[in-house]
Design a protein around this ligand. Structure first.
Ligand SMILES: C[S@@+](CC[C@H](N)C(=O)[O-])C[C@H]1O[C@@H](n2cnc3c(N)ncnc32)[C@H](O)[C@@H]1O
Length: 392
């Protein structure tokens, strides 16, 4: 048992933890609300930082609510259910600002709006379910551990996916491949796709309309979790985008490649996953875009191979995974000297790191917005529009 402390939560930090101070130390408290007075228990200490969990809410914050999910606290999935939705959005705006200030070292951080999700619950079209065949549990990892939290009902899954979770759970254990440890599931307009396929579950090909475009994909390729907010995100990310040549780096099945193909004479998408590039090419073909091509390669590898041959580029959109863009990718973008860059990020910390380099390389921020693709969690999608300095 660690030490017990009485603390007041000052604000929410990147990573979703509450910040407090006690005994001259910084205290990070999980599942807290700003303004809470709490009795917490220290779980571990690292230098001057204590990591703690809530034992008792002494005086609840005005933005604290009762988390509706019975797995809250144990399941590692949703760590913001204790906050009103408005407080979740405010915390996410602060998380983005914090990363821009501390990591990107912006002198002046503009006020940040986080666009709300049309649905606060039942929004997820994609999930990974963990499976422990020894304990016969199916669900998500528990907080801070690799133990599986057995979940019968997940309040953020869209109904079709919840139904599939129930069907998977109802399947006889003898039908599960012995080595199966997790399942990727994704829903489309008319069906659900699972990877790997087993028993009666297939890796079906799905389709979904977003804005003016139609996309096909399956559970082996990436698709954004919360499609209801995508039209707004696409519109913002492509603000003022038009010209001769555009690049779509980390393009997946072509979410941005298709609308870019309406706006630019030549578009190149680069993506490492061959399943995703197969769908991206098909999506372009079905929309009859002949001005775009999709390359199966890592973005770093493609940059290395093409740095001498890629001519003038007007616009670069990049949407990397959480780790952000590799140094060589940022270097390659700076060498291409596009007029505009649109950076779509699911991790404000790595975004801050990469923005610092882009700004040092001659770009200035035109606009920033957050999009709440992940309600009930501390995760947030950020889009930053950059323009080459006129002196550069
Ligand atoms: C955040 S997703 C974005 C996909 C797409 N832009 C979308 O919005 O649907 C990141 C994508 O990068 C791909 N990826 C991950 N590492 C990569 C790399 N080193 N080079 C190229 N693609 C990569 C993943 O397969 C995934 O499709």
């Amino acid at each position: 048992m660690g030490e017990s402390l009485r603390v007041e939560i000052e604000r929410i930090l990147p990573g979703g933890v509450g910040l407090a101070h006690a005994q001259g130390k910084t205290v990070f408290v999980s599942l807290a609300a700003p303004g809470d007075e709490l009795r917490v228990q220290v779980e571990r200490e690292q230098g001057n930082v204590l990591f703690a969990s809530v034992v008792e809410v002494l005086t609840p914050s005005p933005v604290r609510v009762e988390p509706p999910c019975p797995y809250f606290g144990r399941c590692g999935g949703c760590d913001f259910q204790q906050l009103t939705y408005e407080a979740q959005l405010a915390a996410k705006a602060e998380i983005i600002s914090d990363c821009l200030q501390r990591i990107a070292r912006l002198d002046h951080v503009p006020a940040i709006t986080v666009h709300p999700s049309p649905n606060e619950w039942r929004y997820r079209v994609r999930a990974t379910w963990q499976i422990d065949q020894e304990t016969r549990e199916i669900g998500y990892y528990e907080r801070g551990s690799r133990r599986v939290c057995d979940v019968e009902y997940c309040a953020v899954l869209m109904p079709e996916l919840q139904q599939t979770l129930e069907q998977v759970r109802a399947t006889a254990w003898s039908e599960f491949p012995p080595e199966l440890k997790h399942l990727d599931a994704v829903a489309g307009e008319n069906n659900v796709s699972l990877s790997p396929s087993f028993a009666n579950f297939e890796t079906n090909e799905l389709s979904l309309r977003v804005g003016n475009e139609s996309y096909q994909y399956n559970a082996e390729s990436f698709f954004q979790i919360n499609p209801a907010l995508l039209p707004e995100l696409l519109e913002f990310a492509l603000t003022g985008a038009s010209g001769e040549t555009a690049l779509d780096l980390y393009c997946g099945v072509g979410l941005f490649t298709l609308p870019l193909s309406r706006r630019f004479a030549n578009v190149t998408g680069v993506e490492a996953n061959p399943v995703a590039t197969r769908f991206a090419r098909r999506n372009l073909q079905q929309a009859d875009f002949k001005n775009a091509r999709v390359v199966t390669a890592t973005v770093a590898g493609w940059m290395r191979a093409n740095s001498q041959t890629t001519g003038g580029v007007d616009f670069v959109l990049l949407d990397p995974p959480r780790a952000g863009a590799e140094s060589i990718v940022i270097k390659g973008i700076l060498e291409l000297r596009p007029l505009r860059i649109s950076y779509v990020s699911c991790d404000p910390a790595t975004l801050g790191r990469d923005l610092k380099k882009l700004i040092a390389g001659g770009y200035e921020i035109q606009a920033i917005a957050g999009f709440d693709l992940f309600p009930q969690t501390h995760h947030v999608e950020t889009v930053v529009l950059l323009r080459r300095n006129s002196s550069n």
